[in-house]
Ligand binder design. Structure first.
Ligand code: MN
Length: 197
Protein backbone atom coordinates (compact mmCIF):
# COMPACT_ATOMS: atom_id res chain seq x y z
CA UNK A 1 0.00 0.00 0.00
CA UNK A 2 1.18 3.49 -0.75
CA UNK A 3 0.51 6.53 1.44
CA UNK A 4 0.27 10.01 0.01
CA UNK A 5 3.18 12.12 1.31
CA UNK A 6 2.38 15.31 3.19
CA UNK A 7 3.23 18.61 1.53
CA UNK A 8 5.90 20.82 3.08
CA UNK A 9 3.72 23.84 2.32
CA UNK A 10 0.06 24.80 2.40
CA UNK A 11 -2.15 24.95 -0.69
CA UNK A 12 -1.92 28.75 -0.75
CA UNK A 13 1.84 28.98 -0.19
CA UNK A 14 2.64 28.83 -3.91
CA UNK A 15 0.37 31.73 -4.84
CA UNK A 16 0.22 33.72 -7.03
CA UNK A 17 2.21 31.38 -9.28
CA UNK A 18 0.19 28.25 -8.50
CA UNK A 19 -3.18 29.00 -6.96
CA UNK A 20 -4.59 27.34 -3.85
CA UNK A 21 -7.65 25.91 -5.61
CA UNK A 22 -5.46 24.18 -8.22
CA UNK A 23 -3.26 22.75 -5.45
CA UNK A 24 -6.29 21.60 -3.47
CA UNK A 25 -7.75 19.72 -6.44
CA UNK A 26 -4.42 18.54 -7.86
CA UNK A 27 -3.13 17.13 -4.57
CA UNK A 28 -6.42 16.32 -2.88
CA UNK A 29 -8.31 14.85 -5.85
CA UNK A 30 -6.07 13.97 -8.81
CA UNK A 31 -3.07 12.64 -6.91
CA UNK A 32 -5.17 11.05 -4.17
CA UNK A 33 -7.28 9.24 -6.79
CA UNK A 34 -4.20 7.79 -8.50
CA UNK A 35 -3.01 6.50 -5.11
CA UNK A 36 -6.43 5.11 -4.16
CA UNK A 37 -6.67 3.29 -7.51
CA UNK A 38 -3.12 1.94 -7.19
CA UNK A 39 -3.86 0.63 -3.69
CA UNK A 40 -7.16 -0.87 -4.84
CA UNK A 41 -5.35 -2.69 -7.66
CA UNK A 42 -2.59 -4.22 -5.51
CA UNK A 43 -4.87 -4.98 -2.57
CA UNK A 44 -5.77 -8.46 -3.76
CA UNK A 45 -2.11 -9.46 -4.15
CA UNK A 46 -0.62 -9.17 -0.62
CA UNK A 47 2.94 -9.90 -1.80
CA UNK A 48 2.65 -6.94 -4.19
CA UNK A 49 0.96 -4.65 -1.67
CA UNK A 50 3.86 -5.33 0.71
CA UNK A 51 6.42 -3.97 -1.79
CA UNK A 52 7.31 -0.32 -2.18
CA UNK A 53 5.68 1.61 -5.00
CA UNK A 54 9.10 2.12 -6.62
CA UNK A 55 9.79 -1.62 -6.57
CA UNK A 56 6.43 -2.48 -8.11
CA UNK A 57 6.53 0.02 -10.99
CA UNK A 58 10.16 -0.79 -11.72
CA UNK A 59 9.22 -4.41 -12.37
CA UNK A 60 5.84 -4.28 -14.13
CA UNK A 61 6.37 -7.59 -15.93
CA UNK A 62 6.10 -9.28 -12.51
CA UNK A 63 2.71 -7.67 -11.88
CA UNK A 64 -0.29 -9.96 -12.60
CA UNK A 65 -1.74 -9.18 -15.99
CA UNK A 66 -5.25 -8.42 -14.70
CA UNK A 67 -3.99 -5.40 -12.74
CA UNK A 68 -0.89 -4.49 -14.75
CA UNK A 69 -2.50 -1.62 -16.66
CA UNK A 70 -4.01 -0.10 -13.51
CA UNK A 71 -0.75 -0.50 -11.60
CA UNK A 72 1.26 1.06 -14.42
CA UNK A 73 -1.02 4.06 -14.93
CA UNK A 74 -1.89 4.80 -11.32
CA UNK A 75 1.40 3.68 -9.79
CA UNK A 76 3.55 5.80 -12.10
CA UNK A 77 1.23 8.78 -11.68
CA UNK A 78 1.36 8.33 -7.89
CA UNK A 79 5.15 8.39 -7.92
CA UNK A 80 5.47 11.25 -10.42
CA UNK A 81 3.21 13.50 -8.35
CA UNK A 82 4.89 12.68 -5.04
CA UNK A 83 8.18 13.65 -6.67
CA UNK A 84 6.68 16.77 -8.26
CA UNK A 85 5.49 18.16 -4.91
CA UNK A 86 9.08 18.15 -3.62
CA UNK A 87 10.14 20.52 -6.41
CA UNK A 88 8.36 23.44 -4.78
CA UNK A 89 8.21 25.53 -1.61
CA UNK A 90 6.91 28.78 -0.21
CA UNK A 91 9.09 31.72 -1.31
CA UNK A 92 11.01 29.56 -3.76
CA UNK A 93 12.75 30.46 -6.98
CA UNK A 94 16.23 31.72 -7.71
CA UNK A 95 18.94 29.42 -8.98
CA UNK A 96 20.63 26.23 -7.80
CA UNK A 97 24.04 26.29 -6.15
CA UNK A 98 26.75 23.70 -5.56
CA UNK A 99 27.05 20.43 -7.46
CA UNK A 100 23.71 20.82 -9.24
CA UNK A 101 24.63 24.29 -10.49
CA UNK A 102 27.98 22.97 -11.72
CA UNK A 103 26.34 20.03 -13.50
CA UNK A 104 23.78 22.31 -15.18
CA UNK A 105 26.52 24.68 -16.35
CA UNK A 106 28.59 21.79 -17.67
CA UNK A 107 25.65 20.27 -19.55
CA UNK A 108 23.75 23.30 -20.82
CA UNK A 109 26.20 26.23 -20.81
CA UNK A 110 24.58 28.29 -18.07
CA UNK A 111 21.41 28.41 -15.96
CA UNK A 112 19.50 30.66 -18.36
CA UNK A 113 20.21 28.32 -21.29
CA UNK A 114 19.04 25.37 -19.17
CA UNK A 115 15.90 27.22 -18.11
CA UNK A 116 15.04 28.05 -21.71
CA UNK A 117 15.68 24.51 -22.94
CA UNK A 118 13.59 22.98 -20.13
CA UNK A 119 10.76 25.50 -20.67
CA UNK A 120 10.76 24.98 -24.45
CA UNK A 121 10.62 21.23 -23.88
CA UNK A 122 7.65 21.59 -21.50
CA UNK A 123 5.83 23.80 -23.98
CA UNK A 124 6.35 21.15 -26.68
CA UNK A 125 4.66 18.30 -24.76
CA UNK A 126 1.71 17.27 -26.94
CA UNK A 127 -1.28 16.37 -24.80
CA UNK A 128 -0.67 15.18 -21.24
CA UNK A 129 2.79 14.54 -19.88
CA UNK A 130 5.81 15.57 -17.89
CA UNK A 131 9.11 17.35 -18.51
CA UNK A 132 12.15 16.02 -16.66
CA UNK A 133 15.74 16.76 -15.84
CA UNK A 134 17.39 13.37 -15.40
CA UNK A 135 20.79 11.90 -14.89
CA UNK A 136 21.32 9.29 -17.60
CA UNK A 137 24.48 7.37 -16.74
CA UNK A 138 25.83 10.48 -15.05
CA UNK A 139 24.92 12.82 -17.92
CA UNK A 140 22.21 15.45 -17.39
CA UNK A 141 19.41 15.38 -19.96
CA UNK A 142 16.05 17.07 -20.44
CA UNK A 143 13.28 14.83 -21.72
CA UNK A 144 9.51 14.64 -21.99
CA UNK A 145 7.29 11.69 -21.17
CA UNK A 146 3.67 11.15 -22.19
CA UNK A 147 0.79 10.46 -19.83
CA UNK A 148 2.05 8.41 -16.86
CA UNK A 149 5.45 7.43 -18.24
CA UNK A 150 8.35 8.00 -15.84
CA UNK A 151 12.13 7.88 -16.39
CA UNK A 152 12.38 6.20 -12.96
CA UNK A 153 11.51 2.92 -14.65
CA UNK A 154 13.71 3.57 -17.70
CA UNK A 155 17.08 3.29 -15.95
CA UNK A 156 17.44 7.02 -15.40
CA UNK A 157 17.65 9.07 -12.21
CA UNK A 158 15.00 11.82 -12.07
CA UNK A 159 16.32 15.11 -10.68
CA UNK A 160 13.54 17.54 -11.51
CA UNK A 161 10.05 17.37 -13.00
CA UNK A 162 7.26 19.64 -14.18
CA UNK A 163 3.70 18.39 -14.51
CA UNK A 164 2.27 19.67 -17.79
CA UNK A 165 -1.04 17.84 -17.66
CA UNK A 166 -3.78 20.44 -18.11
CA UNK A 167 -5.12 19.67 -14.60
CA UNK A 168 -1.90 21.20 -13.24
CA UNK A 169 -2.68 24.67 -14.56
CA UNK A 170 -6.03 24.95 -16.35
CA UNK A 171 -8.02 26.62 -13.54
CA UNK A 172 -5.65 29.56 -13.35
CA UNK A 173 -3.96 29.65 -16.74
CA UNK A 174 -6.52 27.97 -19.06
CA UNK A 175 -4.74 27.36 -22.38
CA UNK A 176 -1.72 29.52 -21.43
CA UNK A 177 0.72 26.73 -20.62
CA UNK A 178 3.68 29.02 -21.38
CA UNK A 179 2.60 31.37 -18.55
CA UNK A 180 2.30 28.43 -16.13
CA UNK A 181 5.77 27.21 -17.07
CA UNK A 182 7.26 30.70 -16.65
CA UNK A 183 5.58 31.13 -13.24
CA UNK A 184 6.71 27.72 -11.98
CA UNK A 185 10.37 28.82 -11.77
CA UNK A 186 9.30 31.23 -9.00
CA UNK A 187 8.28 28.42 -6.63
CA UNK A 188 11.19 26.02 -7.08
CA UNK A 189 12.94 24.57 -4.03
CA UNK A 190 16.49 24.22 -5.31
CA UNK A 191 17.77 22.72 -2.04
CA UNK A 192 15.23 19.93 -2.34
CA UNK A 193 15.94 19.41 -6.05
CA UNK A 194 19.71 19.32 -5.44
CA UNK A 195 19.22 16.34 -3.11
CA UNK A 196 18.24 14.26 -6.17
CA UNK A 197 21.63 14.65 -7.86
MN1 MN B 1 -0.84 16.19 -12.19
Amino acid sequence: MYTQPQLNYSFSDLEPHIDARTMEIHYGKHHKTYIDKYNAAVEKYPELAAKSLEEVIANLSAVPEDIRGAVKNNGCQSWNHSFFWTMMKKNGGGEPTGALADAITASFGDFEAFKKKFSDSALAVFGSGWTWLVSNNGKLEILNTSNEATPLTQGMKPIMVLDVWEHAYYLNYQNRRADYIAAWWNVLDWESIARNV
